[in-house]
Design a protein around this ligand. Structure first.
Ligand code: ARG
Ligand code: ZN
Length: 878
C-alpha cells in the first residue's frame, strides 16, 4: 500500500499566488548524465493575494541544490528548507531576486517529464508539472513570466540548441562547447517552457501572415527523417492560414519551430514558438504512413499551432481549467479538418471517438466533469472528457449562438483575456456578453459529469396532422454526484416526408413555418413536449442531427424507419447513425440467438449503397462499417465478450458471402491509381476498397485471398499494405507468417513502421494472440522505455482487442497488471493510462469482475506505487 495516502487537490481551495515572477533567466550546461541549471528569478509580492507568513515556497522535485542566493547574497542553510517537493525561503522582502543552481540527470529521467534524453537528443516536456523537475519555481499556470534561456553544450554532439522565442546570441566556447541564447518576448506560464539539444536537421519554409509579416517555419528531425516532413509542413501552413480566416488569429513571433522526438508520453506539446512532437505526428511518407497517420499529423499539427492563441496567449488559471484550452483547441482542430477535408466524415469519426472513449469514461469510476473539482495527479485528467467532451461543449455554444455571433464572442474572448490566465467561466461569460444570452444553466455542462440520456417518444395525429415529441432527459449518478439537474442543450431535428425529403417544420404557436430542413429545439427541462403542425403526412423523424449534443439518444423506431433514414436523411451524420443503429440491432439479436436470421432488406440496402456510384466513398465506407466489438459491449447490460465476437464475425462473413460480386466490383473499381494523394477522394477510395476486401476475406473467398496477397506485395502506399497485412494476420497460417517476416525485413529500420508490425499482431482476434504478445515483449526491438512501442504492443492488446484481453481465464488481466507494475517505477504516466483498461470491471460478468478486481487489488498492494496509478486504481475499487 501507498505509505501515506496521497491527498487530493480541490478547485475550491484555489488561492492566487502569493508571489509573482516577472522575469526568468535560465542557463543550462547540458549533458545527458548531469546538467547544471542556473536560474535567476525576479519575484515580487502579488498585490492581489492575501499576505502570507513572509516566506516563499517554490516547487521542485528531484533537484540537487548546489547553491542559492537572495539579492546577490548566498543564503545560510537556516534561511531555507529543502523538502522532497519544495524549497522554502524564510523572511523574504516584497521584491527580490532569487538565484539557484541545481543538478539534474536527463539520461536517467525515464518518466519523460522535465528534461530528458530521447535517442541522442535532449528535450523537455513541462506540461503539466514538469518544469519543477528542471528548477525551483512557482510551477503553476497563473504565474506568467518573460524568459531567457542560455544553452551550453558540446558542439559536435549537440550542434542544434533551441528554446522558446527568438535566437538572440550564439558563440563558441574554447572547450569544444558552444552557447546559444534565446529570448521569448511573450510572458508565459512555466509549462510552456521548452528546450531541445541535438544533432538535428531542419526542413524550412516560410509563411506570410495576413498583415504581411514573414514567419520562418522550421521542422527539426534526425537527419534520416528529412524526407518525411513534407506533409507536416503543408499541414502547418494550412493551419496558419485557416486560423487567420476562420478566427482572425495571426501568428505572433518571427519564427515557428517543430521538433520531432521518438520518446514522448503524449501526442505533442504546444510550447511557445517551439512545439515538441511525438514523431508519430510529424513523420510521413506515402510508403511509411497510412491515411490515418496522415490525418493524425494534419490535425495534431493544427491543434498545437492553434494553442498559440487558445492556450498560450490566453492560458489556464489552474489545472482544473484544462478544458479551457484543450476543449476549445480540439473544437478548433475539428473545425479545421471539417473545412479542409470532409465535414460529414469528420463528424462521424469524432462522434465515434466520443462514444467509444468519453461515454465509457463518463460511465466509469473515473467519471469527472469537463472542469473537474478535484484530482490527485493532474496527468490523469488529460482525458476524453476534458478534450473531446470539452470540444462538444464549445460546439454546442457555437451552435446556440450561430456562426456570426460565435465569431464575435471569440473575438471578445481574445481581446478581453489576451495575456491572462483565466477560467472556463470567463470563456462562457464572453459567449454571454457577445450574444446577450443567459448561459447559466448551460454551465452545468462544465460542472456535472455523466452522459445525459435522451429518450424521445414521437406520435402522429392524423386528424390534426400534428407530430408530437415528448423529450425526457436523465443523467445517471456519477462518483460524488448522486443527483443531476437537467442540462440546457440543442436538439437538432428534421421530419422526413414519404418521399424522403425534409418537410417544412412549424411548431404549434409559431407564426410562420420554417423552411424545410433542420430545426433546433432548445431543451432545458427534464421533460418537454413539442408539437409540429400542418404536416402533409406522417413523417419519419430524424433526431439529434449532426449529433447536436453529446447525449445517448433512444427513440422508438422500426427497422424500416432506420432503413428509410439510412437511404434518405439529408443529414449525412444521421444516415450513418441510422445504419449503425440498425446493424447494432442485428448484431445484438445475433448475440442473443446465434441462429437469428438477417433480414433480406438489410442485404438489399447494403447492396444498393455499394452500387451507388454517386455517393461519397469515404462516407459510404463509414456507413458500411459494422460497429466495433467494444461499442456493442457498451449497449449490453453485461458485456458478452465471446458472443459479440462471434456475432460480429458471423455478420461480416455473411456480408462477404451474400454480396460477393458487388464487393469484388467495388474492390476492383477503387484500386490504386497513380501516385499517392492525401485527398478526401483518394482516402475514401482506399477505405472503401479495403473494407470490401475485409468482408470478402472473412468469407474465405479464394479470389479475395489472392488479391489480398497481391496487394500486400505490390501496393505502394502503407494504407493498402497495412490493410492487407491486417487481413492476412487475422486469417493466420503460413501466409500470415510470411507476410509478417517480409514486413519486418523491409521495415525494421523504421521505428514508426515497426510499431505497426507490433500492433497488427497485438490486435488480432486469433486465439494465440496473448501468447504471441508475451513473446513479442522479449523481441530485441521491444522496450518498456519507449512509449510508442509500449502503446503499439501492450496498450493495443489491452484496449483494442476486447475478445482476447477479456479472455475468461483472466490471463489478459494478469498480463496487464504485470506490465503496470513493471512500468510504474519507470514511467507513472504510461503505467496509469494502462490501469484505465481495468476500471470498467462492473460491466462484465461476475467471473471476470472478480478477476479484474483481483488485479487492481494486486496493483494497490505494491509499496510506493505512483500517485498516478494510486489515483486510478483506488477510484476503480471505490
Ligand atoms: N497540451 C498537450 C496537448 O494537448 C498535451 C500535453 C500533456 N502532457 C502531459 N504530460 N500531461 O496538445
Ligand atoms: Zn492540446
Amino acid at each position: 500500500m501507498y505509505r501515506e495516502t496521497p491527498h487530493p487537490i480541490f478547485l475550491h481551495d484555489y488561492q492566487p499566488p502569493e508571489f509573482l515572477i516577472d522575469r526568468v533567466d535560465l542557463a543550462f550546461e547540458l549533458d545527458p548524465e548531469q546538467t547544471m541549471v542556473t536560474a535567476r528569478l525576479e519575484l515580487r509580492r502579488n498585490p492581489a493575494a492575501t499576505r502570507g507568513d513572509g516566506t516563499v515556497c517554490l516547487h521542485g522535485e528531484q533537484l540537487e541544490l548546489e547553491w542559492i542566493a537572495l539579492d546577490g547574497h548566498p543564503l545560510n542553510p537556516v534561511d531555507y528548507r529543502v523538502e522532497r517537493e519544495s524549497l522554502t525561503v524564510q523572511r523574504v522582502p516584497d521584491r527580490f531576486v532569487l538565484e539557484t543552481q541545481v543538478r539534474i540527470h536527463p539520461a536517467h529521467n525515464t518518466a519523460l517529464e522535465g528534461l530528458y534524453q530521447s535517442g541522442d537528443m535532449l528535450c523537455t516536456q513541462c506540461e503539466a508539472e514538469g518544469f519543477r523537475r528542471i528548477t525551483y519555481f512557482l510551477d503553476r499556470p497563473d504565474v506568467m513570466a518573460r524568459y531567457s534561456a542560455t544553452l551550453i553544450a558540446d558542439k559536435t554532439r549537440f550542434p542544434v540548441l533551441l528554446s522558446n522565442g527568438n535566437r538572440v546570441a550564439s558563440d563558441d566556447l574554447d572547450d569544444g562547447r558552444h552557447r546559444v541564447r534565446w529570448e521569448d518576448p511573450f510572458p508565459k506560464p512555466s509549462y510552456l517552457f521548452a528546450l531541445v539539444a541535438g544533432d538535428l536537421r531542419a526542413v524550412e519554409d516560410s509563411f506570410t501572415t495576413a498583415s504581411g509579416r514573414e514567419v520562418a517555419l522550421q521542422i527539426f528531425v534526425e537527419p534520416h527523417n528529412l524526407d518525411k516532413c513534407d506533409h507536416a509542413m503543408r499541414s502547418l501552413k494550412k493551419a496558419m492560414r485557416w486560423d487567420e480566416e476562420r478566427f482572425g488569429r495571426e501568428y505572433d513571433l518571427d519564427i515557428f519551430m517543430i521538433v520531432a522526438v521518438s520518446h514522448f508520453n503524449m501526442g505533442a506539446m504546444e510550447n511557445k514558438g517551439l512545439n515538441i512532437f511525438n514523431d508519430k505526428f510529424v513523420l510521413a511518407r506515402p510508403d511509411t504512413a497510412t491515411d490515418v497517420d496522415f490525418d493524425g499529423i494534419e490535425s495534431v499539427i493544427a491543434h498545437e499551432y492553434f494553442h498559440n492563441w487558445t492556450g498560450n496567449r490566453i492560458t489556464c488559471r489552474d489545472w482544473f481549467q484544462l478544458s479551457l484550452k484543450e476543449g476549445f483547441t480540439v473544437y478548433r482542430d475539428q473545425e479545421f479538418t471539417a473545412d479542409v477535408a470532409s465535414r460529414g466524415v469528420k463528424r462521424i469519426s469524432d462522434v465515434r471517438v466520443l462514444r467509444s472513449h468519453q461515454f465509457t469514461e463518463d460511465a466509469s469510476p473515473m467519471a469527472h466533469p469537463v472542469r473537474p473539482d478535484s484530482y490527485i495527479e493532474i496527468n490523469n485528467f488529460y482525458t476524453a472528457t476534458v478534450y473531446q467532451k470539452g470540444a462538444e461543449v464549445v460546439r454546442m455554444q457555437a451552435n446556440l449562438l450561430g456562426p456570426e455571433v460565435f465569431r464575435r464572442a471569440t473575438d471578445l474572448y481574445f481581446a478581453r483575456h489576451d495575456g491572462q490566465a483565466v477560467t472556463t467561466d470567463d470563456f462562457v461569460r464572453c459567449m454571454e456578453d457577445a450574444s446577450g444570452r443567459d448561459l447559466s444553466q448551460f454551465r452545468r455542462w462544465y460542472e456535472q459529469a455523466g452522459t445525459p440520456e435522451l429518450h424521445i417518444q414521437t406520435s402522429y395525429d392524423e386528424a390534426t396532422r400534428t407530430c408530437s415529441l415528448i423529450v425526457r432527459q436523465h443523467t445517471e449518478p456519477t462518483p460524488g454526484q448522486p443527483v443531476k439537474a437537467p442540462f440546457h442543450l440543442p436538439l437538432a431535428i428534421g421530419l422526413l416526408g414519404p418521399d424522403g425529403r425534409d418537410l417544412p417544420l412549424r411548431l404549434a404557436g409559431a407564426s410562420s413555418p420554417d423552411a424545410p430542413g433542420t430545426h433546433v429545439l432548445e431543451l432545458r427541462q427534464a421533460v418537454e413536449t413539442f408539437h409540429f403542425v400542418d404536416l402533409p403526412a406522417r413523417p419519419v423523424p430524424s433526431l439529434l442531427r449532426g449529433f447536436s449534443a453529446p447525449v445517448k439518444l433512444s427513440f422508438d423506431c422500426t427497422d424500416d424507419d432506420l432503413l428509410f433514414l439510412m437511404a434518405h436523411d439529408s443529414d449525412g451524420f444521421n444516415r450513418w447513425d441510422a445504419a449503425q443503429t440498425l446493424m447494432q440491432r442485428l448484431l445484438l439479436n445475433l448475440v442473443e440467438d446465434a441462429e437469428a436470421g438477417i433480414p433480406e432488406s438489410f442485404f438489399d440496402a447494403f447492396r444498393r449503397a455499394l452500387r451507388d456510384e454517386a455517393s461519397d466513398r469515404a462516407l459510404l465506407a463509414e456507413v458500411l462499417t459494422l460497429p466495433a466489438e467494444s461499442y456493442l459491449g457498451e449497449q449490453m447490460a453485461v458485456v458478452d465478450v465471446d458472443g459479440i465476437h462471434r456475432a460480429r464475425t458471423t455478420l461480416t462473413r455473411l456480408i462477404g458471402e451474400r454480396l460477393r460480386d458487388d464487393l469484388l466490383a467495388v474492390y476492383r473499381d477503387n484500386g490504386e491509381s497513380g501516385p499517392y494523394a492525401f485527398t478526401p477522394e483518394a482516402v475514401g477510395r482506399r477505405a472503401l476498397k479495403n473494407l470490401a476486401l475485409g468482408y470478402l476475406m472473412q468469407a474465405e473467398d479464394a479470389e479475395a485471398l489472392a488479391r489480398c496477397q497481391a496487394q500486400f506485395a505490390g501496393a505502394h502506399n502503407m494504407t493498402d499494405v497495412m490493410a492487407a497485412l491486417r487481413l492476412l494476420v487475422d486469417r493466420g497460417g503460413l501466409e500470415s507468417r510470411q507476410a509478417l517476416d517480409e514486413f519486418y525485413r523491409r521495415w525494421s529500420g523504421e521505428s514508426l513502421v515497426l510499431d505497426k508490425w507490433f500492433s497488427v499482431q497485438a490486435t488480432s482476434p486469433r486465439e494465440e494472440t496473448l501468447t504471441q504478445v508475451i513473446q513479442l515483449m522479449r523481441h530485441p526491438d521491444f522496450s518498456l522505455g519507449h512509449p510508442n512501442r509500449v502503446r503499439s504492443l501492450v496498450s493495443a492488446f489491452c484496449n483494442l482487442n476486447q475478445v482476447r484481453f477479456h479472455a475468461a481465464d483472466g490471463a489478459g488481466y494478469r498480463f496487464l497488471a504485470d506490465r503496470v507494475l513493471e512500468l510504474d517505477p519507470l514511467n507513472p504516466l504510461i503505467a496509469s493510462r494502462l490501469v484505465k483498461s481495468l476500471i470498467r470491471w462492473r460491466r462484465f460478468d461476475p467471473g471476470r469482475q472478480a478477476l479484474m478486481r483481483a488485479e487492481i487489488a494486486r496493483i494497490l498492494e505494491r509499496e510506493d506505487i505512483s500517485k498516478d496509478v494510486f489515483e486510478v486504481a483506488s477510484k476503480a475499487l471505490d
